[in-house]
Design a protein around this ligand. Structure first.
Ligand code: HEC
Length: 147
């Protein structure tokens, strides 16, 4: 009887957590104001928190699987194919531009569905988002590693 009760609670918890274990970085900063997170957390961790608070994960995964937008662990330090047939090297400046003015360059195979964040998110938020996206590819060389 007691086991059945515990099972019901466990099932309920899994349902509430959307079936995924809570990310410890997100849990650690839960309820803390974004400005404070940016001040106190390591930039890539603060970026992860902003990424979730700003809803980027509604369109982007970070594990290589395609969603509405490209997975962001395959971007920094690579050549990005654009719809106009050209490519652009994804350095820090590119990441910044892609976040602020997404619709100016569209990645091949995707549609320009990403909102323009220029008037929406603050500069410190963009800084930590860039740090986070860079941290997803730790093996990518520094910006000047461009071929
Ligand atoms: C409504 C869906 C949507 C949301 C929300 C969204 N994006 Fe995007 N994003 C896209 C799509 C679609 C593309 C590919 C088309 C393009 O280049 O605009 C893209 C492209 C990108 C790129 C360039 C990827 C590449 O392959 O070079 C980056 C970087 C990026 N998004 C970051 C973000 C960040 C950071 C946020 C949150 C602040 C965010 N996106 C929110 C849909 C979205």
């Amino acid at each position: 009887m007691r086991c059945a009760f515990v099972t019901v609670i466990a099932a309920g918890l899994i349902a509430c957590g959307e079936g995924r274990p809570q990310d410890p970085d997100l849990a650690a900063w839960k309820g803390v104001e974004t400005g404070v997170v940016i001040e106190q957390a390591e930039p890539p961790i603060a970026g992860k928190v902003v990424f979730h608070r700003r809803g980027c994960q509604q369109c982007h995964t970070t594990d290589g699987s395609r969603w509405i937008g490209p997975s962001l662990n395959e971007v920094y330090g690579t050549e990005r194919p654009l719809t106009d047939g050209t490519t652009v090297f994804a350095d820090e400046a590119y990441l910044r531009e892609s976040i602020l003015h997404a619709r100016e360059r569209i990645i091949k195979g995707y549609r320009g569905e990403m909102p323009m964040y220029e008037r929406v998110i603050s500069r410190p938020e963009v800084d930590v988002l860039v740090a986070y996206i860079k941290s997803l590819r730790p093996d990518a060389g520094p910006d000047d590693a461009q071929p």
